[in-house]
Design a protein around this ligand. Structure first.
Ligand code: 3PY
Ligand code: ZN
Length: 632
C-alpha cells in the first residue's frame, strides 16, 4: 500500500522513459530502484530547489506572467571604434581634446547605475546587464560613456543580490570593448558612507581602473574639495580620466538665496580646473537645476574655465529634458541620460527624447533612435520583474525644489520612514528635512550628507524636536551616528562652517577634528584582512576581496557565508531569482559554466501540521521533492 499512495513514486513511474514507451515489464520496478528516489540527488540540486522554494513561498505561489526581454541580435564587427579606443590611443588629454572638437552633444547612459539606483532601489542584476551588453556595444557605439558602476551599486550587489560587483565590471568590460566606462566615486567615502583611510581609497581606484573603469566621477558630499584630493591624485597616477564634480544645490536664479550663487559655482570650477581635473561635472543629484538656471550656469562656466563640462541631473520635477536642452544650447559638452524605459521621475531624463529633440539641429547626437528603441524595449521587459522595488511615485513633482531631496534618497526615504513606524508622518519628515537643512546652515545634500539630514529629520520627528526647541529639549539625547560623525568633521567641512551651539550639543563636549579625516585615520592593515579571510572563509583572497572587506566588513562576510551555505544564483534568470516558479512552469538554470539544470515546479503541496509545505519539482526529468517552512 505504501507504493500505491506514494504519488511522487507514481509520477516517477509514469514519466519513466521505459514506461512511456510501453516497455515496462513486471520487473520494471525492481530493475529501476531510482523510482523510489525523490530526494534531491546532489547538494547543488538541493540548494537550488531550496532557493527557488523559498521564493515560491514568499510569493505564495502567485507568480505573475512577465514579458520575456528580447535581446536584439547584433553582429559584433571586429573594428568597433569608440571613445574607449580614443582613450587607449591618445590618453585622457587626448579624450579632452577630442571632446572639445565635437559639435554634437555627447551622451552618457546611466541605465546600469544611477537610473536603477534611483528607480528600483539599485536592484538591477549583473545578468540583466550582461545580456544586453553586446547590443549596447554595437547600437550604442556613439555613446560617450556608460555610467555602470559605483555609488550605491557596490554594496547593494553584495548585500541584496548576493553577487560580486567586481565581476559585474569585468563581465561588462569583456562584452563592451568600445565605450568608456564611468563610475561614481564618493571622494574619500569611495563607494561607502564613511571616510576611509587613504590607502583604501588609493587601492580601490587602482583596482577599479584595472578592472575596466575609465572615467572616475568624483565628488565630495559638501563640495569640500580637500576631501577629494587623494582620490583625484590616484586617478591621475593611474592614467584615468578624472571628472570632478560640483554638486549643485539651491537656485542660482533666486536672488534671496545667495549662498550658492553663480559666483560660488564659478569659484569652485576654477579650483577644480587648478587641481588638474580633466572634466568638470555639474552634479545635480536632486534635480534642482531649472532649465533657465542651466543655461545661465553653463554659459558662465564655458566662459570661465577650459574644462569640458558634463551635466548630470535627475528628472524628478519633470523638467529634466528641458534642462538638458537649455544646457546644450549654452554649450555643455556631455549630458547624462538613461534609456527611455529606465528614465524619468527620480532617474535621469530620457536619452531617446533628447536624441529626438536634437535631430536636424547643430547639436545632433549621431545616435540612431531605432537602435535606442530596441535597447529601451529590452530594458522595459527587464524592469517588470523588479516591480517590488519600484517607489509609488507615479508622476514628476516640483516638490523636489522645495525639499531638495536627491533622486535615490527620494524613493528610499519613504520606506526608511515607514521602518521607524512613522509612515503616517512622512509629510512631516519631508518638511523637517527642509528645516534641518536650514538649521545646519543650508548645506549640500548628497550621499552621505543627505543621509545624515534624513536621519536627523526622522530623529527630530520621532522625538518631537524642532529647530526652535532642540537646544533645550535635545540635551541628553543620543543623536544618530551619522549626525555625530557630521559634527565631528568626519564628512569634511561645510561651506560657512558648523552651527556652533548645535555642534556642542551633539558632540557633548567632544572636540571636532579640523584636519582631513584621511590624515588621522590609521591605514588599513590589508595583511590582517587577508589572514582573517583565509581563516574564516578558506579562500585565497584577491586584492579585490581585501578591498571589499575593508569597505564593508560585515556585508562582505555575510556574502561569502551566503555563497558557501546557500549557493551562487547569480546566473539565474531574474524572474526566478525574485519570484520563483509558478505551478507547471519550467526554467533552465545555469549553476556553473555550461552546467544547466532544467527545473519544473510540478506541484505546491498543502500545509502540513508542522507548518511545512512540500514542493514537488522535476529536475532534468527526475522527480524531486523538498519540504519548505511556510513563513507567515
Ligand atoms: C550616490 O552617491 O550613490 C549618488 O547617487 C549620489 O548622487
Ligand atoms: Zn544622480
Amino acid at each position: 500500500s505504501g507504493v500505491k499512495t506514494n504519488i511522487p513514486f507514481l509520477i516517477n513511474v509514469l514519466t519513466h522513459e521505459t514506461f512511456l514507451k510501453g516497455m515496462a515489464t513486471t520487473n520494471f520496478i525492481n530493475e529501476n530502484p531510482e523510482l523510489f528516489n525523490i530526494k534531491p540527488k546532489s547538494n547543488k540540486e538541493l540548494k537550488l530547489l531550496n532557493f527557488i522554494g523559498e521564493k515560491i513561498i514568499q510569493t505564495k505561489g502567485q507568480k505573475e506572467n512577465f514579458d520575456v526581454p528580447i535581446i536584439p541580435k547584433v553582429q559584433l564587427p571586429n573594428n568597433l571604434y569608440g571613445t574607449k579606443q580614443i582613450l587607449e590611443k591618445n590618453g585622457p588629454k587626448g579624450v579632452v581634446k577630442w571632446i572639445k572638437n565635437q559639435r554634437k552633444l555627447l551622451i552618457t547612459d546611466t541605465t546600469m547605475r544611477d537610473a536603477h539606483q534611483s528607480l528600483i532601489a539599485t536592484r538591477l542584476r549583473t545578468r540583466d546587464m550582461v545580456n544586453i551588453a553586446p547590443a549596447t556595444s554595437v547600437y550604442g557605439k556613439d555613446l560617450f560613456s556608460l555610467e555602470m558602476w559605483g555609488g550605491a551599486t557596490f554594496d547593494v550587489a553584495y548585500r541584496f543580490l548576493k553577487e560580486c560587483p567586481w565581476q559585474r565590471l569585468e563581465e561588462l568590460r569583456k562584452r563592451i570593448p568600445n565605450i568608456m566606462f564611468q563610475m561614481l566615486l564618493r571622494g574619500s567615502n569611495a563607494v561607502g558612507y564613511k571616510n576611509y583611510p587613504d590607502n583604501v581609497i588609493r587601492s580601490f581606484i587602482k583596482e577599479a581602473k584595472k578592472s575596466g573603469i575609465d572615467i572616475f566621477r568624483i565628488f565630495d558630499s559638501l563640495n569640500w574639495l580637500k576631501g577629494i584630493e587623494v582620490a583625484l591624485d590616484e586617478v591621475l597616477l593611474n592614467n584615468g580620466l578624472a571628472e570632478v564634480c560640483i554638486c549643485y544645490t539651491g537656485d542660482i536664479l533666486d536672488k534671496d538665496r545667495d549662498k550658492y550663487s553663480l559666483n560660488y559655482y564659478i569659484k569652485k570650477a576654477k579650483e577644480i580646473e587648478k587641481m588638474g581635473a580633466h572634466i568638470l561635472c555639474i552634479k545635480d543629484m536632486a534635480g534642482l537645476l531649472k532649465p533657465y538656471a542651466a543655461y545661465k550656469l553653463i554659459s558662465a562656466l564655458k566662459q570661465e574655465v577650459e574644462l569640458p563640462i558634463h551635466l548630470h541631473t535627475h528628472d524628478t520635477s519633470g523638467n529634466g529634458v528641458a534642462t538638458l536642452l537649455m544646457a546644450a544650447e549654452a554649450g555643455v559638452d556631455i549630458v547624462d541620460t538613461a534609456f527611455n524605459s529606465f528614465s524619468g521621475l527620480t532617474s535621469q531624463p530620457s536619452m531617446n527624447s533628447v536624441v529626438a529633440a536634437l535631430e536636424n539641429t547643430p547639436r545632433e547626437t549621431g545616435l540612431n533612435l531605432d537602435y535606442l528603441e530596441e535597447i529601451s524595449q529590452y530594458w522595459e521587459a527587464v524592469r517588470q520583474v523588479y516591480y517590488p522595488f519600484e517607489s509609488d511615485l507615479k508622476s514628476g513633482t516640483t516638490e523636489v525644489y522645495k525639499y531638495e531631496i536627491p533622486g535615490g534618497q527620494y524613493s528610499n526615504l519613504k520606506p526608511q520612514v515607514e521602518s521607524f513606524g512613522l509612515g503616517h508622518r512622512f509629510k512631516e519628515v519631508k518638511e523637517m528635512y527642509k528645516r534641518v537643512n536650514q538649521m545646519l546652515g543650508d548645506i549640500v545634500k548628497v550621499t552621505p550628507s543627505s543621509k545624515m539630514v534624513g536621519d536627523m529629520a526622522i530623529f527630530m520627528v520621532q522625538n518631537n524636536l524642532t529647530p526652535e526647541n532642540i537646544l533645550t529639549q535635545g540635551k541628553g539625547l543620543n543623536f544618530p551616528d551619522s549626525v555625530v560623525d557630521y559634527f565631528k568633521g568626519l564628512m569634511g567641512h561645510p561651506e560657512g562652517g558648523f552651527p556652533k551651539e548645535l555642534q556642542a550639543l551633539v558632540l557633548k563636549g567632544e572636540k571636532p577634528i579640523t584636519k582631513r579625516p584621511g590624515e588621522i585615520l590609521e591605514p588599513e592593515d590589508f595583511q590582517k584582512i587577508a589572514l582573517y579571510l583565509k581563516e574564516k572563509h578558506n579562500i585565497e583572497p584577491t586584492e579585490k576581496d581585501l578591498l571589499s572587506y575593508a569597505l564593508y566588513p560585515k556585508v562582505f562576510d555575510e556574502y561569502l557565508q551566503y555563497i558557501k551555505e546557500k549557493g551562487d544564483f547569480s546566473r539565474m534568470g531574474s524572474d526566478i531569482f525574485f519570484h520563483g516558479l509558478a505551478e507547471g512552469e519550467t526554467c533552465e538554470v545555469e549553476i556553473a559554466d555550461g552546467k544547466v539544470l532544467v527545473v519544473k515546479l510540478l506541484e505546491i503541496g498543502r500545509l502540513d501540521s508542522e507548518g511545512n509545505i512540500t514542493l514537488s519539482f522535476e529536475i532534468n526529468g527526475q522527480r524531486r521533492d523538498i519540504l519548505v517552512k511556510n513563513k507567515e
